[in-house]
Design a protein around this ligand. Structure first.
Ligand code: M6R
Length: 600
């Protein structure tokens, strides 16, 4: 979603800000802008659309060494140049960028800004106008900033500059991510460390309700109440090369290809020298002392959670529920006596999940976050963290994080089983190694899957995925992948549900892709395929060695039946990728979507 960058130092800020914004493009946005301050001269450029349009509109002669930049994902007001950030106060003294949502902006506008003509439809503009109001009423800039933030309800990450002070960026944060990066003679601000890795790997975490004044020589953190906070930087352990595409045409393809390596990486991270599972003892205790696990997640992470439930219940006999975060917030089920909440989130920043986390923490429940981003909000705020070790995932469509989530859940399930003395008839780590090899053989068959995309998805307006048992959960993920990047209307269905309504949608040529990896439902899913074929569907069967028929379209290499989602999803990801490519869609940055969904 929206992204913030800021730079104050000795170099020309423009290039650093534009590069930083490019690194944030993956989060999703629909307009962008920068503000540069040079000797009280302010240069603001905003454009609807891509950073390239913004870059084309900038003046290369501006050599300002202080600036802020923003990518906007529209919430209040359409994507437009007027609504793009930065926003300015009516005298143009103050300029501000903001991520998040101000819930009481209308009330603030009515109460305090009746005489100010606003130029945009955004909630953000109210913030910068309020700062100006309080400065006019006699407050110092810092006091005006502090007072403004204290009035805001909702979420924000803010960077503000003052035309009359070229040695400060005023920063504030509540619920939306924001970091200060430090360097020699310069400092930066970023909503994501990736944006500023070009100049530093030293970052300072900010907590909710803190404000920071960032200058060339340092930064001063205070709470909104004015208490000083001492906090030093940490080293962001991200390899800058991990966020480059290299020779790949798209991040999504690179990330699909990385999956075998991610599984091998997880084997190293979660295994000790003797081949035993390596897990934090506190996490083991948290699981052992709970009577029910509640997995909370959104989108693809929710789909991984569904597979996780199956693993935890089938392997470890641990009762597990899976909930969509945005539903759970408003429709909480009756909880067991000793629940453990597991938040699955690639980004660790998803606002819907965070809202549940805040809520259940207030009730005193135990919490664990499974995330790909160390130091992310959900990771910091939960009692425990399990890392996915997948490396930065840049494409909006999640691929390697999904398989990493399932792999970590399988390790958790096996560990929980062992803790209870349940005898397993398989060696989980060896089986994950077999999965990595199977994934490799699938990513090596891109030509086969590209042809499948041509055969089944080139002209259709819809597509259905059917499966039973755990294959059904993979169908949900396959459909999400396809719809989000190719815009083909795609749905995943439980095979048994077809005759209860869905089969009415089948027409001559409707693509129906069946996943058939589970022996106990193999016969039934194949019957479902016959049923839709008899009504004209263009059917395709993805099965697994040992469960396959001779004319199945794709036969996956055999892996342990608990782990089949890790491999059956790979051709589905590639299918979505090629379908989107054939339709000239923006594979990595699909319309209307954001990588990190930081508003509820
Ligand atoms: O960062 P998270 O895992 O919390 O994100 C949750 C969803 O927004 C995310 O999985 C989304 O569904 C993906 N874009 C799907 O590919």
């Amino acid at each position: 979603m929206c992204g913030i960058v800021g730079y104050i130092g000795e170099e020309s800020a423009q290039d650093i800000l534009l590069n930083g914004l490019k690194k944030l493009e993956y989060r999703g946005y629909d307009s962008a802008g920068i503000a540069l301050l040079d000797d009280e001269e302010l240069n603001v450029v905003k454009e609807k659309g891509r950073i390239a349009a913004l870059e084309a509109a900038t003046n290369q002669d501006v050599t300002a060494t202080l600036g802020i930049g923003h990518t906007r994902w529209a919430t209040h007001g359409a994507p437009s140049k007027e609504n793009a950030h930065p926003h300015q106060s009516h005298t143009a003294r103050f300029t501000l960028v903001h991520n998040g949502v101000i819930e009481n902006y209308e009330q603030l506008r009515n109460e305090h800004l009746a005489n100010v003509e606003l130029k945009s439809e955004t909630d953000t503009e109210v913030i910068v106008q309020l700062v100006e109001e309080w400065v006019h009423s006699g407050k110092t800039v810092e006091a005006a900033f502090r007072h403004t933030l204290s009035l805001l309800h909702g979420s924000y990450a803010i960077a503000l500059i003052d035309k009359e002070n070229d040695d400060a960026i005023y920063v504030g944060k509540h619920k939306s991510p924001l970091l200060v990066g430090t360097g020699d003679g310069f400092n930066v601000v970023a909503s994501d460390a990736l944006a500023m890795l070009q100049v530093t790997d030293q970052f300072v975490e900010l907590m909710d309700g803190e404000i920071v004044i960032v200058s060339r020589e340092g930064y001063a953190i205070e709470t909104l109440d004015g208490d000083t906070v001492e906090r030093g930087p940490y080293t962001a352990e991200i390899d800058a090369s991990d966020i480059e595409k290299g020779t790949y045409p798209h991040y999504m393809l690179k990330e699909i290809d990385e999956q075998p390596a991610v599984i091998r990486q997880l084997l190293m991270q979660y295994q000790d020298e003797d081949g035993r599972i390596k897990l934090d003892d506190d996490i083991r205790k948290a699981i052992r002392s709970s009577d029910r696990l509640y997995i909370i997640a959104c989108g693809t992470s929710y789909h991984a959670g569904l597979v996780g439930k199956q693993l935890l219940e089938n392997i470890a006999e641990v009762p597990t529920e899976v909930h969509i975060a945005s539903e759970f917030s408003y429709n909480m089920p009756l909880l067991s006596d000793k629940p453990l909440f597991i938040f699955i989130s690639q980004s660790g920043e998803t606002a819907d999940s965070r809202s549940v986390l805040v809520n259940v923490k207030e009730k005193g429940h135990s919490t664990l976050t499974m995330t790909n981003v160390p130091g992310s909000t959900l990771s910091r705020e939960a009692d425990h963290t399990l890392l996915l070790h997948a490396g930065p995932e840049i494409a909006v469509a999640s691929t390697k994080a999904y398989t990493a989530q399932i792999a970590v859940l399988s390790i958790l399930a096996v560990d929980a089983a062992k803790a209870q003395g349940i005898e397993l008839d398989f060696d989980p780590m060896k089986e994950l190694g077999i999965v990595a090899n199977a994934m490799q053989s699938l990513v090596d068959q891109k030509d086969v899957i590209e042809q499948m995309a041509r055969d089944y998805l080139s002209v259709t307006r819809n597509a259905f995925f059917i499966g039973r048992s755990v294959d059904y959960y993979v169908c949900l993920e396959a459909a999400l992948k396809l719809k989000e990047i190719s815009y083909i209307q795609a749905e995943g269905f439980a095979g048994g549900e077809l005759k209860h309504g869905t089969i009415a949608l089948i027409e001559e040529g409707t693509p129906v892709i069946a996943i058939a990896t589970q022996s106990h439902v193999n016969g039934s899913i194949r019957s479902n395929v016959q049923e839709v074929a008899a009504r004209g569907a263009n059917t395709c069967i993805v099965s697994m060695e040992g469960e396959n028929d001779l004319d199945d379209n794709i036969v996956l290499p055999e892996v342990h039946e608990h782990l089949t989602p890790l491999v059956s999803v790979v051709p589905m990801q590639l299918l979505a990728y090629f379908a989107a490519l054939h339709r000239d869609c923006d594979v990595d940055k699909p319309r209307n979507l954001a990588k990190s969904v930081t508003v509820e």
